[in-house]
Design a protein around this ligand. Structure first.
Ligand code: ZN
Length: 260
């Protein structure tokens, strides 16, 4: 089966579904990713004096992480970080890509998860709409005139969700997820600087930010995976809300349920 991940920023795929993506690839599925922005403002390190510098570093980090996971099909959309909105224009771009890739299922971030990041909310919402309408030849007919075909997507799989209905056992793939996460040096540095600084304004500190995050991150990824797994009697898991599109959502129990 062919999957498409739509990630607002270069590091999203690894953190919300890296173990699952590694597993899908090991099972012989095909995984593509569309990176909507370059995450080009995500730093507190003043040596990045332009967003272009960070954008190119984050693209390199993304390609390195995707290589670790085995994701060969990476497309960068290059839209402006922190400025995404759920517009018809963004939806058209996603529909176009869905029609180009023809995935059976699309993974993205749950837009209804109290997320503070506007890009996460916008992408999640627009991806659901894009996948719901990509099969209509009268929806953005200019794509068809350009030679693209309509696309029939069966389900959208939301990660970072407050209402999971599916758990994927990633115990065999968690080390791959960790290795991929460690490719994002710029974002690990951000987590460390930002976490310590936010605590500081509260007059607090934590030993978490005293040790190199390269040491903390593997343990924290394992811990989160164990916590998720414990909710579904699995050793380690990533959780998702799988939503069938159109009538599939209504008849999913009749067809044996929808998994990732
Ligand atoms: Zn993100």
């Amino acid at each position: 089966m062919r999957y498409l991940v739509v990630e607002p920023h270069p590091d999203d795929l690894v953190f919300f579904c890296g173990g699952t993506v590694a597993k899908l690839l090991a099972e012989g599925h095909e995984v593509h990713t569309l990176v909507v922005t370059d995450g080009e403002q995500g730093t507190l390190n003043r040596s990045y004096d332009t967003d272009k510098k960070l954008a190119s570093v984050m693209r390199e980090e993304e390609l390195a992480a995707c290589k670790v996971l085995g994701v060969e099909h990476v497309t960068f959309l290059g839209l402006k970080n922190h400025f995404l909105e759920p517009t018809h224009d963004l939806r058209e771009k996603i529909v176009r890509h869905v029609r180009k890739i023809q995935p059976a299922a699309v993974l993205t971030i749950d837009p209804w998860n109290f997320d503070e990041n506007p890009d996460h909310r916008a992408v999640g919402q627009v991806v659901l709409e894009a996948c719901s309408f990509a099969h209509f030849h009268l929806f953005h007919p200019e794509h068809i005139e350009e030679g693209l075909e309509t696309a029939m997507v069966a389900k959208v799989i939301f990660g970072k969700t407050p209402s999971p209905n599916t758990y994927v056992d990633i115990s065999q793939f968690v080390e791959k997820k960790i290795a991929a996460a460690l490719c994002y040096k710029s974002q690990i540095e951000l987590m460390q600087m930002e976490g310590a600084a936010r605590l500081k304004v509260l007059g607090k500190s934590s030993p978490i930010f005293d040790s190199p995050l390269e040491e903390v991150i593997p343990a924290s990824i394992r811990m989160v995976a164990e916590e998720e797994g414990s909710r579904a009697n699995l050793p380690m898991a990533e959780s998702f809300h799988v939503r069938g599109l159109g009538i599939l959502e209504n008849i999913k129990d009749l067809v044996g349920g929808l998994d990732v």
